[in-house]
Ligand binder design. Structure first.
Ligand SMILES: [Zn+2]
Length: 375
C-alpha cells in the first residue's frame, strides 16, 4: 500500500512524490466539495459548473497547503542537518519522511512545530485573500473554505498523539524533561493509538446512526492508518535505540569453518556441507575474506562435473550483499539481516580479515532481549 508513489518534482533538493491514493482522494475531494459542502452551504448561489470549478480549486489548494506544511517540516530538518528522504503525499495528508534519527528533543520540537505553524500562516493568508476578493463571490467563498480547511488540518495535526505533529511535540517535551526517548515515545504513541481508536469509533458511529457512509468510512480509514503508524513508529524507535546499544562484536561466533579457493566441489559437498550442515562457507585465502560458497550454487552444478570444478568457479564475491564490517552502522546490519537472505553473515575487520559469523537467530534473539529490557 505504501509503495505506489509517483515522482512529481524536486524542490530545494527534496523530492516530492504523490501516492496513487492521493489521486483518488483528489477526485473524491472535488466531488464531495462540489456535491456536498459548497452546494449545501450556498444553495442556489452558484451554477453546477461554478461549483465544480470551485471544488477542483479547493482540492488543489488543499493539496498545496499540505505540501507546504510538509515542506516546512523538511526544511527545518534540513537546516538541522537531518537527512530528509522525500515527501510523499497521500490520504489525508502528507508524510515527510522524518522518522530518521533525531537525536535531540529540541530539534524534534522545532521540526514538529514547523508544519502546524505553516498551516496557521496559510489559514491567515487565505483569510486575507477572501477579504481581498470580497466582491467576487466564488473566489471569496473558495478562500474562506480554505481557511476552514487549514484550521481543520491544524487541529487534526495538533492532537497530541504520536506520530501526529502534536504527538511529536508532546514527545519532544517529555523526552526533554525525562531524558528518555523510549518512555516519551511510548506515552505519545499510546495517546496516538487511543485517538486512532476514537476516530474509528466515531466513523462507525456516524456510519450506523447517521448513515454517513463516506464520512464514516473515511474516519475509519484515517483511524486505522494512524493506529498502524503509532504502533510502527514506537517499534522503530525501540529498534533504533536497541541497535545503537548493540555491540556487533558481542554476537560474533568465532571458530568458523572456512574453505580455500582451490578445493574441488565434490570434496566440498562430501566433507563440508554433509559434515557441518552449514548453508555456506566463507572462502578465505591468507586470512582474507574473498567471498562465500553456498550450497545452492554448488547444487546448480551437474554432479558429474563437481570433481573437476573448484570453489573459485562458484564463489560469490558480492561481499556487500552479506558481509558485516566491524565498523558497519547498526542500521546497515539490521537492514542486511532483516532482508533474510542468509542464515548467517560473515564479519570482517577493517583489514578484510574474517573474524567469524553472526547468525540471524542470535541477532534476533539479542534484539528481542534488549527490547524487553528497554520496554
Ligand atoms: Zn505535520
Amino acid at each position: 500500500m505504501f509503495k505506489r508513489s509517483l515522482h512529481l518534482f524536486k524542490l530545494w533538493g527534496i523530492p516530492v512524490q504523490v501516492h496513487i491514493s492521493w489521486l483518488v482522494i483528489l477526485v473524491l475531494m472535488t466531488w464531495s466539495f462540489a456535491t456536498g459542502f459548497y452546494s449545501e452551504s450556498y444553495p442556489g448561489i452558484f451554477s453546477t459548473t461554478q461549483l465544480w470549478i470551485m471544488a477542483f480549486f479547493a482540492s488543489l489548494f488543499l493539496f498545496l497547503s499540505i505540501l507546504l506544511h510538509e515542506f516546512s517540516h523538511s526544511l527545518v530538518a534540513k537546516k538541522n542537518g537531518l537527512p530528509i528522504g522525500k515527501i510523499t503525499l497521500f490520504m489525508f495528508g502528507g508524510v515527510a519522511h522524518m522518522e530518521n534519527e533525531v537525536e535531540d528533543p529540541v530539534v524534534e520540537l522545532k521540526m514538529a512545530s514547523a508544519g502546524p505553524a505553516m498551516t496557521l500562516v496559510l489559514a491567515g493568508l487565505f483569510f486575507l485573500l477572501s477579504l481581498l476578493f470580497r466582491s467576487i463571490r466564488a473566489l471569496s467563498v473558495l478562500f474562506e473554505s480554505l481557511v476552514y480547511i487549514n484550521i481543520v488540518i491544524f487541529l487534526f495535526n495538533m492532537v497530541p498523539g504520536f506520530p501526529l505533529d502534536g504527538g511529536r511535540i508532546l514527545r519532544a517535551i517529555i523526552w526533554y524533561r525525562k531524558k528518555n526517548i523510549v518512555r516519551a515515545t511510548d506515552i505519545a504513541s499510546r495517546i496516538g493509538k487511543y485517538f486512532a481508536l476514537f476516530l474509528i469509533g466515531l466513523g462507525l458511529f456516524s456510519l450506523i446512526f447517521y448513515g454517513n457512509f463516506i464520512g464514516g468510512i473515511w474516519l475509519m480509514i484515517i483511524g486505522t492508518f494512524l493506529r498502524q503508524a503509532a504502533i510502527r513508529s514506537y517499534g522503530a524507535i525501540l529498534y533504533h535505540q536497541v541497535m545503537k546499544r548493540l555491540d556487533i562484536s558481542d554476537l560474533v561466533r568465532k571458530n568458523v569453518v572456512t574453505v580455500g579457493l582451490t578445493m574441488d566441489l565434490q570434496t566440498l559437498m562430501d566433507e563440508y556441507f554433509e559434515k557441518y550442515h552449514s548453508y555456506f562457507f566463507p572462502v578465505v585465502s591468507d586470512g582474507r575474506m574473498l567471498g562465500i560458497v553456498t550450497i545452492g550454487d554448488v547444487k546448480k552444478i551437474d554432479p558429474e562435473k563437481r570433481p573437476e570444478l573448484e570453489v573459485k568457479d562458484v564463489i560469490n564475491t558480492n561481499l556487500t550483499d552479506y558481509v558485516i564490517g566491524l565498523s558497519s552502522s547498526p542500521a546497515r546490519v539490521f537492514h542486511l539481516i532483516n532482508a533474510r537472505k542468509y542464515e548467517s553473515y560473515p564479519v570482517v575487520n577493517n583489514q578484510g580479515s574474517l573474524l567469524g559469523v553472526i547468525t540471524r537467530s542470535d541477532f534476533e534473539e539479542a534484539i528481542r532481549v534488549m527490547m524487553t529490557l528497554s520496554n
